[in-house]
Design a protein around this ligand. Structure first.
Ligand code: GTP
Ligand code: SPV
Ligand code: MN
Length: 605
């Protein structure tokens, strides 16, 4: 018997033979030293945490200050998603569309076979079965990732339902998404490992038709936790289009008004634009509560009653640390008191963590995210701007008791938002579903540190899905129009809104205080749902009438309030011109409805 065959025999008895054969094939290609089938148990997790500490990949934080928590420091070149190295390899280029990098599948498979050849030598290959969504839910989907990164196994263990229960769901006829990941850093015999192995060459590759993911060279976030953006957005957006449901880069909340009426809201903002914060909103308005269901991804399908029902396919939060503090997001701070893996934050002298925005005053001395001494006089930030925490959703004090309901929750409102210094009002309601799709399709936002690229640059980010669509973006829009039509026929389609917390005044200051005060925009949306308040026409849709939102209690002056809704015809006309260019770039597949809505926008100016 060959060594490899011996290794594969460690597969659990109930493992589906297709999974076993797939693992076997990959083991022959990548030639790891050993194979571990992950069962998702607490013992297994502790063992991997201990091993990672011994290897230097994780630093154990002070047990009193931050129980059962760890710090990881990535390689300085591996700190965010690499959009330029992310590929959608559909059979036809036209199915990937102008917003995605495309390569012919056959060509890409050849490139990847070369890269993956013997790439796990000297390492362990972990086999990581997982369920996106509650195990056994009709809305859940299964996947198996192989990876040579223990950090990625630990992350996937938090972000998904990982282990034996998920594997047991895979029978001979079950669909599952195979995901292959390697850091691309084989070890020669006797070669000492580095703390964060990765490779300068990176490929994050998706084959939407065959529902496969291959990722090489990075261990960071969405590049490597393939269940998340790779599966739950890129592959799922294609599955959703084939099957009639929506995969969305959206948070999910349940809001309860003072009368006890509940509303479910899904909100799509681009990366690092406030989803986690809105998902954990602590309303400033007395009598309101907001509970968390998800902070990044929603899968939404028309339910048996014709209403749109949503699940959070994830099981944890991979949240942005900088800017998260007691005053901005106390719920997140409570969530990460312990049992958290932090990545690229700073280390305090007493074994705790710190990042810009955690406290008003920085500690006098820190070890920065690259392991260097840091003081408030240092001229680079102590934490990387895309530093993150990884923590189980169940630890969030505001988690809704329905967050893992296998049947999902019924959606009342859908919200789009971005970082816009100008033009876009604080809140507006789409006139109907078609107008809402137009608002989502033309969404723009300033670039953040969540991906490599030029910070602050204004770019189109349709549906907050620019880096996450597994299909042609215009097909994505048509699909949303189709789902809306179906909802309008059989049930009630949710109302659609657009928000902007980031409009700026003189000297670049934010006009709106944001965070807890965002509850005022949320309350207005629910009042629109209930038909309790009138709205006024604007080029962006329906906006609050005078007195509908108590902005004075949010500390906002009349002048700033007006500025939050100000219409500058010249600037809007320039924006409409830019939208012309953008829609032309999307090509001939742009639905007529979107063109019609754009013409209507222009005619309003
Ligand atoms: P991904 O996980 O990358 O998809 O991002 P996200 O949308 O969940 O982003 P998150 O909520 O973590 O927010 C990122 C940054 O936005 C943080 O630095 C926050 O401080 C900031 N932010 C969130 N809400 C507001 C707001 O209402 N106003 C302002 N000014 N900043 C905000
Ligand atoms: C995002 O960038 O939108 C994230 C983080 O949620 S990552 O999982 O790295 O994509
Ligand atoms: Mn995200």
């Amino acid at each position: 018997m060959t060594a490899m065959a011996t290794l594969t025999r460690h597969a659990p008895d109930n493992a589906d033979h297709r999974v076993v054969e797939w693992v076997d094939t990959l083991a022959r290609l990548t030639q790891p030293d050993s194979i571990v089938w992950c069962d998702g148990s607490a013992d297994e997790r502790q063992r991997m945490l201990d091993e990672s500490v011994a290897a230097g990949t994780l630093i154990k934080l002070d047990e009193q200050k931050r129980p059962n928590s760890y710090l990881a420091r990535s390689h300085p070149s591996d700190v965010a998603r690499v959009e330029a190295r992310t590929f959608i390899c559909s059979e036809r280029e036209d199915d990937a569309g102008p917003t995605n990098n495309w390569a012919a599948p056959a060509e890409m498979r050849e490139t990847l076979s070369g890269l993956f050849d013997r790439c796990m030598r000297g390492r362990t290959m972990y086999v990581v079965p997982f369920s996106m969504g509650p195990v056994g839910s009709p809305l859940a989907r299964l996947g198996v990732q192989v990876t040579d990164s223990p950090y990625v196994v630990l992350s996937t263990g938090t972000m998904t339902r990982m282990g034996a229960d998920a594997l047991a769901q895979i029978g001979p006829d079950t669909e599952w998404v195979p995901a292959v990941h390697s850091v691309g850093a084989p070890l020669a015999s006797g070669e000492e490992d580095v703390v964060w192995p990765c490779n300068e060459t990176k490929y994050i590759v998706h084959y939407p038709e065959t529902r496969e993911i291959w990722s090489y060279g990075s261990a960071y976030g969405g590049n490597a936790i393939l269940a998340k953006k790779g599966f739950a957005l890129r592959i799922a957006s294609k599955i959703g289009e084939d099957e009639g449901w929506l995969a969305a880069h959206m948070l999910l909340i349940r809001a309860t008004n003072p009368e006890g009426r509940t509303f479910h809201v899904a909100a799509g903002f681009p990366s690092a634009c406030g989803k986690t914060n809105f998902a954990m909103l602590r309303p400033s308005i007395p009598g309101w509560t907001v509970e968390t269901i998800g902070d990044d991804i929603a899968w939404m399908a028309p339910g048996p009653d014709g209403r749109l029902r949503a699940i959070n396919p994830e099981a944890g939060f991979f949240g942005v640390a900088p800017g998260t503090g007691h005053s901005t997001n106390p719920t997140a701070i409570a969530t990460i008191e312990g049992d958290t893996i932090f990545t690229n934050v700073a280390l305090t002298d007493d074994g705790d963590v710190w990042w810009e925005g955690l406290t008003d005053d920085p500690p006098a001395h820190l070890i920065d995210w690259q392991g260097r001494d840091w003081t408030p006089e240092s001229d680079s930030p102590a934490a990387h701007p895309n530093a993150r925490f990884t923590v189980s959703a169940g630890l969030c004090p505001t988690i809704a008791d329905t967050w893992d309901d296998p049947a999902g929750v019924p959606i009342d409102a859908i919200v789009f938002g971005g970082r816009r210094a100008t033009n876009v009002p604080l809140v507006a309601q789409a006139r109907d579903w078609e107008h809402g799709v137009y608002l989502g399709a033309t969404l723009a936002s300033e670039r953040t540190a969540a991906a490599e690229g030029t910070l602050g640059e204004l770019r189109r980010d349709p549906f907050a899905m620019l880096p996450f669509s597994g299909t042609h973006m215009a097909d994505h829009w048509r699909h949303w129009l189709n789902v809306g039509e179906k909802l309008n026929q059989t049930g009630a389609a949710p109302l659609i809104f657009q928000v902007n917390w980031f409009r700026r005044g003189e000297n670049g200051r934010f006009l709106w205080p944001g965070f807890s005060e965002n509850s005022r925009a949320l309350a207005w949306m629910t009042e629109r749902l209930e038909g309790r308040t009138d709205a006024a026409e604007s080029p962006f849709g329906l906006v609050p009438v005078d007195g509908a939102i108590d902005y004075a209690s949010a500390g906002v002056s009349d002048e700033d309030w007006n500025a939050l809704f100000a219409i500058d015809p010249e600037a809007l006309s320039a924006e409409a011109d830019d939208t012309d260019v953008f829609l032309a770039r999307m090509g001939t597949k742009v639905p007529d409805a979107v063109m019609r809505q754009h013409a209507a926008f222009r005619s309003q100016l």
